[in-house]
Design a protein around this ligand. Structure first.
Ligand SMILES: Nc1ncnc2c1ncn2[C@@H]1O[C@H](COP(=O)(O)OP(=O)(O)OP(=O)(O)O)[C@@H](O)[C@H]1O
Length: 269
């Protein structure tokens, strides 16, 4: 089990943050050159929710994460994290955010401890506090014994879990994961999902989990379906099934995205 917690600055202003949505997007659009890949995207997630951003490859999930994490700026619209506009109050917004990108980003030649300590120092966490936090988080996923192993000696699932630990070092209140289980076997995928769900339940952290895999959605509190850059559904799983007049989420997703058969992932015909 991974343990998170509230960020230090959130601890000093709990009422302010508690009253505001962890994530709120209003009319966000983004184009690469003349090609619009996000079109008037609006949705919000509530505190303590496990929300899934579901979309086929190319739907715009990674671009949306790049905007939320302030790698790019939206050409129109606003993004707020606990009420902090990502453009105008980037520091306050980003302090509350942890992110696990789709691409593997551990330095393979460094040990687990070195990878994590470097990231902790980027967040201004002192070496003693970082050492304690790293041990606490690694113990919670039963990986304490891998502390001094080179990252390259870990399995794909273990690397991913270290990346999740890294994203939690500074105690974010909102965690974004972009296709976190890509390339992992079914056991590792299930274990990572279970850790994340536990985190939401026990620590009150909010999660936005981007995936194209419907079997990762079933226990979500909320799903936002993105298709070709537009939000085509947003709500609880049962609501989305009902709204589309479907019997199952697979059928709802097929109807919303116009694909023929999405079992096992799905691509456009
Ligand atoms: N740097 C870029 N320049 C031009 N077009 C891009 C760039 N990055 C992404 N795109 C295009 O934007 C669209 C959305 O891509 P994005 O990676 O955001 O989708 P995604 O839902 O994350 O897909 P995947 O699951 O395959 O990563 C795609 O059509 C993609 O080709």
């Amino acid at each position: 089990m991974i343990k998170a917690g509230l960020p230090e600055d959130v601890n000093t202003k709990p009422r302010q943050d508690a009253a505001l949505p962890p994530l709120e997007l209003s009319s966000v659009s983004y184009s690469y050159g003349s090609r619009k890949v996000l079109d008037d995207v609006s949705f919000s997630i509530e505190a303590g929710r496990f929300a899934v951003l579901l979309g086929l490859n190319g739907a715009g999930k990674t671009t949306l994460f790049s905007l939320i994490s302030h790698l790019f700026s939206p050409q129109t619209g606003t993004i707020r994290i606990f009420g902090h506009d990502i453009r105008r109050k980037a520091g306050s917004a980003l302090r509350r955010l942890g992110i696990v990108f789709q691409a593997r980003t551990l330095d393979l030649d460094l040990t687990v401890q070195q990878n994590l300590a470097y990231h902790a120092s980027l967040h201004g966490i002192g070496s003693g506090a970082a050492r304690d936090r790293i041990r606490e988080l690694l113990a919670s996923i039963d990986m304490e014994d891998r502390l001094h192993d080179k990252a390259r000696s870990l399995s794909g699932g273990q690397m991913r879990r270290v990346e999740i630990v890294r994203a939690l070092l500074h105690r974010p209140s909102l965690l974004l994961l972009d296709e976190a289980t890509v390339g992992l076997d079914i056991k590792s995928r299930a274990a990572i999902l279970a850790d994340i769900r536990q985190l939401v339940a026990q620590e009150g952290i909010s999660v936005l989990w981007a995936t194209h895999l419907i079997d990762e959605v079933n226990q979500a509190d909320q799903i936002v379906v993105l298709d070709a850059g537009k939000v085509v559904a947003d709500g609880a799983v049962t609501e989305v099934i009902q709204q589309t007049g479907s019997a199952t989420l697979h059928q709802a997703f097929s109807r919303l995205t116009g694909i023929v058969d999405i079992r096992g992932g799905g691509t456009r015909p």
